[in-house]
Design a protein around this ligand. Structure first.
Ligand code: BEZ
Length: 234
């Protein structure tokens, strides 16, 4: 029997390219998203409860993501007519945590052949060989994969965390810093110990707000307003 080849893209890789049919027409990925951040995410199956709660939540947050220049693209290995029927049912019948009449306006890719899911390592046979796991790829405006998160079938995602990831990555790019555990806009940020944007450079530039607990642990302040000024789309 022919062995199935499954690729696993990695952080820092160019997002694998594909063309696909979606609930919003054909897409050419990631080319048509150049200049935008994108979250490409998979779900195991239409008409399943955890996925339904996720779609209602993500669709309700679509504008919040758009405000930080981030577009959403979903995928499952179901067909287009299943996607359309499921999204219609969600809008007409399902309420979750007070969210109701929710219309999913972002594209949902049909992937019956699993071609895209396999390219992105979304089929993980130890979990399921017929459904995609809950994968999340955060892709930057140059088409580079910047974060990958995988969840199993039984675990619904935390969308506050996905939003935090997008904002933190944009803040890291804008200020050439890193963000510590549980960072939120307004919290102190980390200055890397080494490299051209590191502690030595910050000292030379007289960054007086830099505080070092030791040579490897230096922080500085970036106000919440500075972060939002850098990430919110004007
Ligand atoms: C769900 O979305 O509810 C689900 C999908 C596949 C397996 C288990 C749960």
């Amino acid at each position: 029997m022919e062995e199935q080849v499954m690729s696993m893209p990695r952080i820092g890789d160019k997002a694998p390219a594909f063309k696909a049919v979606t609930t919003q027409g054909e897409i050419n990925f990631p080319e048509q998203y150049a200049g935008h951040w994108v979250i490409l995410f998979s779900h195991p199956a239409d008409f399943t409860p955890v996925c339904t709660s996720e779609f209602i939540t993500f669709a309700s947050l679509e504008q919040k993501f758009a405000d930080v220049n981030c577009k959403l693209v979903g995928l499952s290995v179901d067909g287009l007519y299943s996607h359309i029927a499921w999204l219609r049912t969600i809008k007409e019948k399902i309420e979750y945590k007070g969210m109701k009449n929710v219309e999913v306006r972002f594209p949902l890719i049909e992937d019956i052949t699993m071609e895209v899911a396999k390219k992105y390592g979304m089929i993980q046979p130890g979990e399921s060989s017929t459904k995609a796991v809950r994968a999340v790829f955060v892709i930057d405006p140059k088409g580079i994969i910047r974060t990958i998160i995988y969840y199993p079938l039984s675990l619904g995602r935390n969308f506050d965390e996905l939003y935090r990831v997008v904002v933190a990555l944009q803040a890291a790019d804008a200020f050439t810093i890193a963000t510590p555990a549980d960072w939120r806009p307004g919290d102190d940020v980390i200055i890397s110990p080494a490299g051209s944007c590191g502690v030595a450079q910050a000292r030379m530039e007289g960054k007086e707000d830099m505080v070092c607990k030791d040579w490897f642990f230096c922080t500085r302040k970036i106000s919440e307003q500075q972060v939002w000024d850098a990430v919110l789309k004007k």
